[in-house]
Design a protein around this ligand. Structure first.
Ligand code: GLU
Length: 502
């Protein structure tokens, strides 16, 4: 692919929160632009006023910023091809629709919604096209005078594309190859509405042209619109950009498109950030608030539909920029695996230094009223980080470093706590708290000595000791825990367990 000023755009409609599939579309556009030294543009397609949702545009920008997807031009950064919000370009489209009307590629249609409804009710496969348009109320079937009269009287109308009959339309797609469509399968799509706004199709083509977009990379759901878009470029006499339609994101079982309902049902987010519906107040979870690192989220999204051609799975944004290619984007849908998503986060969590993780964990501790030394927290995260996928799971794996157990696992107590256990661990505790150096190594050595002295097995003693210190069978190497909580706290926990369980 030549790198002569490639210009790509992400063109979401602010109709709600951005689905993770939308983030992936933005990501692929970004990767290509970065790799080839081109420009990445954010254009807001808000021509359908009925679907406008307050806060959606801000949400889109915040989500992409969180992911590290940057724009060279767009609603939030400006640029030489602005404005970048279609509702701010309203006047501009009138001129272009006029151009199509004059050239005979578009026409006025006066049919009321009720009339069209009745036609659809009468015939389920009714289509407004070359075979039906002459029997309907439009500027092709009515006389020039009648048309002029209706317009001057203020009769509501729309402008429709005049799709030619009996033609094969070719969409040359960088991912799907040559897609051929018979024009008779297309309807005369509305390009301009009675509210004075263009539809998506017209505004999209005009803007891609005016913004000098070279590659349109978007979701597969737009493939059915591509033949119309190809025709519109031809009607205008413009060169069409290259098209690349990305495969769908599929449900974990591979059956159908990944939806918010799947996320709710199976317990994973489908949106990058938490979203509160401004009308209903319903809250949808986000990857950010679920504890995902943006790097992990970006990495897992990149691999939903693309692979580098090797077994490599972990890639930073810079590596993705270097490795990405549209040639390696799959045609078939990409199945989303929520377990694999967690695995990615775990990998990124492990890549953090102990100091870095401690910085993230300290606020979690603070929210629980725990004010721990940074050095201690660093040691603790080092011991438990291999057991978690998320920072917010660190607490579940390490609470016993900060606070004594309130209960003791009943099943374990029944099975392992013997009449002599209390005396045995009290003696051991006495020996351990008397050590001059309360380190893991010193504790391990003293425990071994004790086992030999008392002629008892490791399992019998350590399980009971763990029960007393942690309250259950969980946790890392026990003497690491004991060393970190210190001799006083250790002695208190033993005493408490012995009196409670005796
Ligand atoms: N506004 C469309 C959307 O919401 C853009 C489709 C395109 O990229 O052409 O996805």
């Amino acid at each position: 692919m030549s790198n002569a000023t490639i210009r790509v755009r992400f063109a979401p409609s602010p109709t709600g929160p951005l689905h993770m599939g939308g983030v992936r579309t933005a990501l692929y556009n970004y990767l290509l632009a970065k790799q080839l030294g081109g420009q990445m543009i954010l254009r807001i397609e808000d021509t359908d006023q009925t679907r406008f949702v307050a806060g959606a545009e801000e949400y889109i920008i915040e989500s992409l910023t969180w992911c590290g997807i940057e724009f060279d031009e767009g609603v939030h950064v400006g640029g030489p091809y602005g404005p970048y919000r279609q509702s701010d370009r309203k006047e501009l489209y009138v001129e272009y629709v006029q151009q199509l009307l004059e050239a005979g590629h578009a026409y006025y249609a006066f049919d009321t919604p009720e009339e069209l409804e009745a036609l659809r009710a009468a015939s389920s496969n009714f289509q407004y096209d070359a075979s039906t348009r002459h029997g309907l109320r439009n500027s092709l079937s009515l006389s020039k005078e009648e048309t002029a009269r209706l317009i001057s009287e203020g009769t509501p109308y729309v402008v429709r594309a005049r799709i030619p009959a009996g033609e094969e339309i070719l969409v040359d797609d960088l991912i799907r190859g040559e897609v051929r469509v018979q024009s008779s399968t297309l309807d005369d799509k509305v390009l301009f509405k009675s509210d004075g706004m263009p539809t998506y199709h017209l505004a999209n083509i005009v803007d891609d042209h005016l913004m000098q977009i070279t590659h349109v990379i978007r979701g597969e759901e737009w493939l059915p619109s591509a033949p119309l878009h190809v025709l519109l470029y031809r009607f205008f006499g413009w060169t069409a950009p290259r098209f690349a339609h990305l495969p769908l994101l599929l449900k974990p079982d591979g059956n159908g498109k990944l939806s918010k309902r799947d996320g709710d049902r199976l317990g994973f987010p489908v949106f990058p950030l938490r979203w509160t519906d401004p009308k209903t107040g319903d809250v949808s979870s986000g990857y950010r608030e679920s504890g995902y690192f943006p790097e992990a989220f970006v990495n897992l999204l990149a691999l939903l539909g693309w692979n580098p051609g090797t077994e490599q799975e972990l890639m930073t944004m810079d590596e993705l920029v270097a490795l990405f290619s549209l040639e390696r984007v799959n045609k078939s849908g990409a199945r989303f695996d929520p377990e694999k998503a967690k695995w990615f986060n775990q990998q990124y969590l492990r890549r953090h230094s102990d100091a870095g993780l401690a910085t993230l964990f300290i606020p979690v501790l603070a929210s629980k009223g725990i004010n721990a030394q940074t050095a201690t927290v660093e040691k603790i995260v080092a011991l438990v980080k291999d057991r978690v996928n998320f920072v917010n799971e660190l607490w579940d794996q390490s609470w016993f470093f900060f606070t004594a157990p309130q209960t003791y696992d009943e099943v374990m107590v029944k099975k392992r706590w013997k009449p002599e256990s209390g005396a045995l661990i009290s003696q051991l505790a006495e020996k351990l708290t008397a050590l001059p150096h309360f380190t893991t190594e010193a504790l391990d050595a003293a425990v071994n000595e004790f086992l030999v002295e008392k002629q008892v097995g490791m399992g019998a003693v350590m399980t009971v000791l763990r029960l007393a210190v942690i309250g259950s069978g969980m946790g890392p190497h026990l003497t690491e825990v004991i060393a970190l909580i210190g001799p006083d706290e250790f002695a208190r926990r033993i005493k408490n367990a012995v009196t409670t369980l005796q």
